[in-house]
Design a protein around this ligand. Structure first.
Ligand code: GLN
Length: 288
């Protein structure tokens, strides 16, 4: 019988051999998932062993990871903003980078509620909601916002709704299937989006986890990465209420060009580019 400790060491070795970035973490997460345990449980039981069935199942998980399938798709969930989200290959895996957008949107809603003379509900739209992680995190942290979550993919919308139900905020989010802001009937107070912004050459050179497994629809921003951002800014001119704001996640090399672009669409607005925790340009903020 091989011990869990040994099984882990072998798995780590195999994952580093194929170029996984975080072989120990991945092996531990997969093994813990296989056993239906927390990762910390493994540290307390290094000499336990797997039965035949568990061994076979772990081999399958490990094999998938060796093909560079992302851990989140293998185990079916990912943590974002302190909340657990179901994910599948129809949606982008939530990334910590995107928490900046959520934090900024929460601050926006607190400030605007304080400033608001009339006590009315603000409306936010989350464009390209994917797993719903942004819309759900916002709904969880801002009780007085009404949220519209839009996506072109029906599979993504189905999952976003499921995530909203699991976090008990489905009654506060309206799900819309459509292209960007096209189907919005009335202007909204805040537009948030993590649109596809990776350029096609960058996407071709991305890690297999991204290029082979994540949905192209959620990543591909055309030849220069800005195609969807351009369309979004253009549509936003008619869909943003007076005094409204727009928050759009961008690539780390896009700060300057997106700033110029936003200025050309909104010459009178206050425009900023915010940096993420790594100090990289990550968020376009347009305030009307
Ligand atoms: N940050 C993601 C990546 O680099 C891209 C996300 C997106 O295009 N919205 O993989």
């Amino acid at each position: 019988m091989t011990s869990l400790g040994n099984i882990l060491e072998k798995a780590i070795h195999r994952l580093s051999a194929v170029g996984c970035d975080t072989p120990r973490l991945d092996a531990e997460v997969l093994l813990a998932h296989n056993l239906g345990r927390e990762r910390t449980w493994l540290y307390l039981h290094p000499s336990d062993s797997l039965d035949e069935n568990q061994e076979k199942q772990f081999e399958e998980l490990l094999h998938r990871r060796e093909q560079r399938e992302p851990v989140a798709y293998i185990i079916g969930h990912k943590e974002f903003f302190g909340l657990e989200f179901q994910v599948n290959p129809h949606v982008l895996i939530p990334r910590p980078d995107t928490e900046l957008l959520v934090e900024t949107a929460i601050k926006w809603s607190i400030i605007n509620n304080q400033l608001s003379i009339v006590n009315r509900k603000f409306t936010i739209v989350d464009v390209g909601t994917g797993s719903g992680c942004i819309a759900v995190a916002l709904a969880k942290h801002t009780p007085d916002l009404s949220i519209i979550a839009v996506d072109t993919s029906p599979e993504a919308l189905r999952l976003a709704r499921l995530n909203a139900e699991q976090h008990a905020v489905a009654d506060r989010i309206t799900f819309l299937s459509g292209d960007l802001l096209e189907l919005l009937l009335e202007p909204v107070d805040l537009i948030v989006s993590n649109p596809p912004y990776v350029s096609q050459p960058e996407l071709a050179a991305a890690m297999p986890e991204v290029s082979k497994y994540e949905p192209r629809l959620a990543l591909d921003g055309g030849p220069d990465g800005l195609e969807v951002i351009r369309r979004l800014l253009s549509q936003a001119r008619e869909k943003l209420a007076r005094g409204g704001s727009l928050l759009v996640e961008i690539g780390s090399g896009q700060g300057q060009v997106v700033f110029q672009l936003a200025h050309s669409y909104f010459p009178k607005a206050d425009i900023q580019i915010k940096q993420d925790l790594a100090g990289l340009d990550r968020l376009l903020v347009v305030q009307m």
